[in-house]
Design a protein. Structure first.
Length: 142
């Protein structure tokens, strides 16, 4: 959902990735990173298909995540709900890096996993945090 998937799509993608990984689970060295990567690629591929265009699943397509009314049906604290809503409004690259960060990965690890330069990951994370800070501050003012 942090990448912008609706609740139902996120559940489907997670189930698909776990089912695909199950037969070789014992051979996966870093399951968390493996599953996150597979979910990211599956989500990007699904979004590209829905947009009617072909794109590499190695990079995040520029797709704006729509608001998902199902997010309101999940029991979050108010602040968590606001944060999730604002994360969904980030640019795809920022959303992807923030999702990895929230899963506990460091920028160097994210860069290695995604095959991106550390500077790009750090810049995306900086921009994502800045944008979240501004968005959440403006919500408080409202």
């Amino acid at each position: 959902m942090l990448l912008g998937a609706r609740k139902e799509d996120a559940l489907d993608l997670a189930q698909q990735v776990f089912a695909d990984a199950y037969p070789r689970w014992d051979t996966i060295a870093f399951p968390g990173a493996y599953l996150r990567t597979c979910v990211s690629r599956a989500f990007n591929k699904r979004q590209a298909t829905l947009q009617g265009r072909e794109t590499s699943t190695d990079s995040v397509p520029e797709i704006v995540a729509p608001d998902d009314p199902a997010v309101g049906q999940i029991e979050f604290h108010d602040q968590e709900q606001q944060i999730l809503t604002e994360i969904r409004r980030l640019k795809p690259g920022q959303r992807e890096v923030m999702a990895w960060t929230l899963d506990g990965y460091k920028p160097a690890e994210i860069a290695s996993i995604l095959g991106k330069p550390q500077g790009v990951v750090r810049a995306s994370l900086y921009k994502a945090r800045r944008n979240l800070r501004y968005a959440l501050a403006s919500r408080e003012e409202d």
